[in-house]
Write a protein that binds this ligand. Structure first.
Ligand SMILES: [Zn+2]
Length: 99
């Protein structure tokens, strides 16, 4: 199974875009990221939508956490969200594989 993780280390060959994205989201804080993961059902949630409803859109849980690892199916989902303009495409770049 493949996992996509943030490279976290620009000197390992990240593109300029990735470095920019890393800088944008390097600040630790509650939900600065556009996507979080439900603590109960593990569903990926768009923060803007989750805030509006106030709970997980899938199971109704109110606890979420930052996304640290994404599987390929997760990547497909967030890539589509980025393409649709639902989330910032820069955030997806954090999880893109570093060549
Ligand atoms: Zn849930």
């Amino acid at each position: 199974m493949n996992f996509n993780v943030p490279s976290g280390a620009p000197e390992t060959g990240a593109s300029d875009d990735q470095v920019k994205a890393l800088q944008k989201y390097s600040i630790d804080g509650p939900f600065v990221e556009p996507v979080v993961r439900c603590d109960a059902c593990q569903e990926l949630l768009v923060v803007a939508q989750m805030r509006r409803i106030g709970k997980c859109t899938s199971c109704g849980n109110t606890r979420v956490r930052n996304v640290t690892v994404m599987q390929d199916t997760d990547m497909e989902k967030v890539t589509q969200w980025a393409a649709d303009g639902v989330i910032d495409p820069d955030w997806v770049k954090l999880f893109a594989g570093v060549q």
